[in-house]
Ligand binder design. Structure first.
Ligand code: ATP
Ligand code: GLN
Length: 145
């Protein structure tokens, strides 16, 4: 306990019941990623068109010049997927599997702890709100028993 107390709180990975997987990806790979997620029972996904720069900078896309914009910002898609903690690694692995080309500009994934989930229609909170009917949890419950 004395040793762990010396670890600065900022070094601890925030623990949460739910996490948001936020992936910045190549626009032309998003369809492939979202259908793969749907196949594994991930049904709640939010997608936005965004622009940004990273190591890829303003260099032209190897697989599609249309992604290069005049002002050096590259068109990307942001996918936001809130899942329960035990589903996080599956989602991350699947995104990498479907989105990577090995070339600079494949994107990045951020993992963000989520304090609560509230379904607007019913006012449900927590696990009840996060669970989707026929979603990943239902699918894995069916296959494991
Ligand atoms: P309802 O049963 O009332 O339809 P729902 O949980 O299916 O509730 P919706 O209201 O259909 O949710 O979802 C509205 C929008 O919220 C979706 O189009 C999607 O953009 C976003 N969304 C829902 N669930 C998630 C999630 N788990 N992660 C990311 N985005 C989500
Ligand atoms: N965790 C939810 C479920 O198993 C799915 C979450 C999502 O689709 N983003 O039903």
């Amino acid at each position: 306990p004395l040793i762990t107390a010396q670890i600065a709180p900022v070094d601890a990975i925030p623990d949460a019941e739910f996490y948001k997987v936020e992936a910045i990806l190549r626009p032309w790979r998003v369809q492939q990623v979202s259908s793969a997620l749907l196949q594994m029972g991930i049904r709640g996904v939010t997608v936005s068109d965004v622009r940004g720069f990273g190591a890829q900078g303003g260099s032209t896309e190897r697989h599609g010049g249309s992604e290069f914009s005049e002002d050096k910002l590259v068109a990307k898609v942001k996918m936001e997927i809130v899942v329960s903690k035990d589903q996080v690694e599956f989602v991350i692995d699947k995104i990498i599997e479907e989105a990577s080309t090995g070339e600079i500009g494949d994107g990045k994934i951020f993992l963000i702890p989520v304090a609560d989930v509230i379904r607007v229609r019913t006012g449900e909170r927590g696990e009840k709100a996060e669970r989707m009917t026929g979603g990943h949890a239902d699918m894995s419950a069916t296959t494991s028993t």
